[in-house]
Design a protein around this ligand. Structure first.
Ligand code: COA
Length: 234
């Protein structure tokens, strides 16, 4: 079987590979259900809208093709295991760690080794009431920092904060079971991305946050455990 490449590498950080998947790409659409396992096919069948089904199939096919480059197995034979909150990992290659985020026509997959990793991406778009959204998801200190920014920067700042928070809760694997108001991240467009404060049981020194621009008008974030060996050489 020929596996067309409808994903492209994007820079994240040393030792962390990023792959951007264009879910509406013709090659992606040509991928068939044969690459998916029974549970994935069942899930695909449950989508109400065709566009969502096609994107899901394309995303899973891409994920499998990407991971087959790291774990010696054909894409369709890869088996996933799931954490208590649904985080997938490779059953046969647990040392290869990965995470995936989907939004509209794009998906972002990050892959590394032996380190927990999480990713999120969002399209930069007008949001109806950024301050209200921030009040329901950010800490009071973050809301104050958002309000301190020029109005023209607040939407991007909100999406920076949101993607950074999601990338962190996906890295630790709990997802939104960890309240986004239980920790803080930097927001300001153009400033260095930073985890500011983490939930009490966690340690800031353990994690690295990377901001990515997967495409024009898109923002993304990757949170990955620090690699003590690599950083001692740099
Ligand atoms: C993880 C979570 C934040 C994803 O949010 P989202 O914005 O809807 O989706 P994204 O596109 O960013 O990410 C989805 C991908 O993240 C991965 N993922 C799923 N659960 C995850 C988790 N707990 N941690 C990290 N990654 C996870 C999967 O690859 C998923 O892809 P899929 O939908 O094709 O299966 C959200 O689903 C969540 O909070 N899940 C936990 C819910 C929970 O506690 N469940 C318990 C019973 S399983």
């Amino acid at each position: 079987m020929t596996i067309p490449a409808f994903f492209q590498p994007i820079a994240v950080a040393a030792g962390v590979d990023g792959w951007l998947v264009h879910l509406d790409d013709q090659a992606a659409q040509a991928q068939n259900l044969d690459l998916l396992d029974a549970a994935e096919r069942e899930r695909a069948a449950r989508y109400h809208f065709d566009v969502h089904r096609r994107r899901f199939v394309a995303g899973r096919a891409a994920l499998r093709c990407i991971l087959a480059g790291y774990c010696p197995s054909p894409p369709w034979a890869l088996e996933f295991a799931y954490g208590s909150h649904g985080k997938p990992e490779l059953a046969a290659c647990p040392q290869i760690t990965f995470n995936m985020a989907n939004a509209d026509e794009l998906a972002l997959v990050v892959v590394t080794t032996r380190r927990r990793v999480g990713v999120d991406l969002e399209r930069l778009r007008p949001l109806p009431d950024v301050e209200e959204l921030a009040r329901s998801t950010f800490t009071p200190a973050e809301v104050a920092r958002l309000r301190g920014l020029p109005v023209t920067q607040r939407t991007e700042a909100f999406l920076n904060g949101w993607t950074r928070k999601e990338a962190y809760v996906k890295a630790i694997g709990t997802g939104l079971a960890t309240p986004p108001q239980s920790f803080e991240v930097s927001l300001a467009p153009g400033a260095a991305p930073r985890l500011v404060r983490l939930p009490a049981a966690d340690d800031l020194g353990r994690w690295r946050l990377h901001a990515v621009r997967p495409a024009p008008d898109w923002v993304g974030a990757v949170v990955v455990e620090a690699d003590a060996r690599q950083e001692s050489v740099e």
